[in-house]
Design a binder for this molecule. Sequence first.
Ligand SMILES: [Zn+2]
Length: 197
Amino acid sequence: MFDCHCHFVTDNALCFSAELLPDRIELPVQYGFIGSSEAGLDSRYVDRTSMEKQVEILSEILEYAKNEDIPVSLHCVRATGRMVQLIEKMGFGKCRLMWHGFTGSVETAAVLYRLGVIVSIGPRFGGDVGALYRANRFLALESDYEGTSKADHDEIMKRHYENCAGKLGMSVGELEDMCRETAKAFTDYKAAGTGKN
Ligand SMILES: [Zn+2]
């Protein structure tokens, strides 16, 4: 099983949280940098960092990611329009961006599909999983899990896969294969593993 969110919580990923936004982010250029997670826009923190500033910093990260061909897991809270606008303006290849914790509409999911963006849903996703998948075939699942127990995490993911497979009329195996393909497209990039090749 593939959990897009956990996947990028590693030492060599840039974890960027809007909650902890610095004035300016130093983009890592060290060897082995594999991806960026939680790059995004979050309207809960505009008191601390204005939306304009957040857009500016995110643009910088996306520009860097695009040039280096590294995948980015996007974080977005109540800033969907701005986020879609930015992605559209910059233009990315297929499956280079993943919108984690997606809770948006089917219409937004369809736009994101056209833009090549993976939508990742956690157990908290309250929408129609079937309609979402019909709108965006680049689907990934994540745990929403904030604790540290691997056993708890695995159990939540197992249930999430079973639940979604049921809603999609697939077997868990089929859903796993589908997510694995998406994950492969997301992580299969030139800078992977041992640096650029
Ligand atoms: Zn997030």
